[in-house]
Design a protein around this ligand. Sequence first.
Ligand code: FES
Length: 483
Amino acid sequence: MIAKVNYKDHSFEVEIDPNKSLLESLVESGYYFRAPCGGRGVCGKCRAKLIQSSDFQQTDSNGDILLCKTKPKGDIEIELYKNDFVDFDFVVDEYKDYATLSLDIGTTTLAFSLLNRDNEEIASVNLSNPQSFAGADVLSRISYCKGGGLKKLQTVLLNTIKRVVFELKDKISGLRINLLRVCGNTVMTHIFVGTDPSNIGVYPFTPVFLDRREYKGEFFGLEVDKVVVLPCVSAYIGSDVLSGIIATKLYCDECAVLIDLGTNGEIVLKVKDKYFFTSTSAGPAFECGKISCGTSYVDGAINRVERIGEFYIGKTISDKSPVGLCATGLISLLSKLLVDKIIDKTGKICDKGRGVKEGKFYLTPEVYINQSDVREFQLAKSAILSALRVLTSKAGISFSSIEKVYIAGGLGKYLSVEDLFITNTFPKEFHGRCVSVGNSALKGACLLDDNPLIVKSILDNSVVYDLSIEEEFDKIFIDNLNF
Ligand code: FES
């Protein structure tokens, strides 16, 4: 079964699965779409014109369908509206010189930043990683590769990057991209270059490569001159962390920690000249993956919750109608509900109270959290706090010795650090020491290649702890689940 998709002045064909929505089939083929409501049929952003269909499809009065609500049982042809693919956070109209594109491949989110010759950002966008159909974390992606799915995961990733390059060239007159710099966790960089990451999933967790790699753009079918894949530290510590160390200048600190709050929560603790690394499977809650009404940082995402009298008010990005909760909105909402005891210390949503109905808390008639959303967040926050406990104990220091705490990840500018204390994600000793640095991986990616001596000194003085073989970790993890 085939979907023919017309877009601007070209068209493409995609194989579709009758058990999946058209949106899912397109995304799994690497055709990225904005789906701010996560495919719940609420935001209307996946609207497309129905040209023809071999079976009946319900359309609205304009002859449009919602891709997330359409499951064709036969061939179908649709036409996309102009801005259906990529919604840039920021983009200039014209750039006549060569530019470089940095890409941080996160397990849940792909973050792109286009830089001019002075390393100033001229366009940026965050997209969902289209590989999420193969599971939310790196271990699921590894098993998918083991089952023969490596080519598919690489293809959907490359198709999404091609789409972004296409859109950038379409929007920025005169643009030429001479270099794509790629950083990410080690599994993601393996998949990007088409190398099987299976051995990373089994003891002794051996990656095929960790070193810097350089390719011609055409090797990947990308319209860029050169592609550089930045070096990683170990099987579970990627180039994103190394880039983060460069961006934050952690190497200048006496005793500090960099915490990347992502699906693969990576932490590096610097004490004197030594670097103590670990990573922990936090799950996608810090990026609002696997959250019922989760969304990314799109217009209409609730990024903060305020309590006014007895009402909870969700503040949205660009003041648009709410389409879902982004990660800072989720943490903000949980904090308010914990303070007001609508969620108790164990994470249970109470039976009664304003907004509570059938085990869910409704922030708006369409945006809610349920018990499994709260549990998902508890797993994420316990993973981070427990990893911090193990790492400080290995380094022989206490939390109070840490002078600076860099918080990296997509939470960025909307994060209220206080919420991390209320939700017991961070220990109270970190009060007054936190700096939110946003996507430090992207910021550091452009500097990493220019600082080989610093990189060498970090790698020569690093020790990596694998939490899966740390006996104390499981016990600490369970102890930290409560709020
Ligand atoms: S993704 Fe289809 S309506 Fe929101």
